[in-house]
Design a protein around this ligand. Sequence first.
Ligand code: AMP
Length: 290
Amino acid sequence: MKIIRKIKELQNITTDLKRSNQTIGFVATMGFLHEGHLTLMEQSKLENDILVSSIFVNPLQFGPTEDFSEYPRDEERDIALAKKAGVDYLFLPSVEEMYPEENKIRMSITERVNVLCGQSRPGHFDGVITVLTKLFHIVQADRTYFGLKDAQQVAVVDSLLSHLNFPTELVGIPTVRESDGLAKSSRNVRLLESEREEAIYLYQSLLRAQQLVIDGENNPAMIVEEVKSMLEEHTTGRIDYVELLSFPSLQKVDQVNEQFIIAIAVQFTHARLIDNLIIDSNGSIVKQYK
Ligand code: AMP
């Protein structure tokens, strides 16, 4: 595995790889790697000749009161894990390398961002698409892998790639969970011990929503209410949102009769957790996004 910290160096390598007709798979991360990230890498290894991964905690996607400086980081451990996962090129740029000058250019997206995290984290997805546009130009991937744990991000990246005609295919990968159902996240280490126990109710409440649909409930408001009351009963966290929307268009729906997402965000003392299920009209969980 080669570690690269300079944009030009990686771009020269990926240009040469393209010239020699090798396919490139890309996994963008903010590090503190866990099995969720490793699963994206595994899938990329299956489908491409070369795996490029990046670790970059992107300041542009954090709001002024968010956890940019406290975001967990462990470069040495991440390098070892990436090597073991078979990453060919690990891109570890500094903030200065990615943004040598402040605020010179910023992408902006209006589609699929007026709900969920886009609504409660203003500017977040503008930061996401700005860094991804840079990374996509640097990496020149044939396929790029994202986790459905961040389903709105998948929907937004899908918009970015199609509206701006990036020659890159998006692959969405199912959420990897702990054995008790909690979605793996770099932020889980910031939960207090008691909150870690409560956090299983994020997934439990989503499963409850799924069961309601299987039992014939098709009123979104009823389903959302049930999820909220389960979260309120079992967690001390502050509910940021519980929403049921069409997926991937993320529109409000009057009835549950097409593929939809039920998504939640809960703010605990030091960690804001998100989780979701994407469910088809029969109540089955949708796992793949291509
Ligand atoms: P992050 O480092 O949190 O920015 O995540 C990098 C990529 O890994 C994103 O595409 C995430 O959606 C994905 N990811 C994070 N957690 C999980 C998980 N538990 N299961 C699947 N993918 C995940």
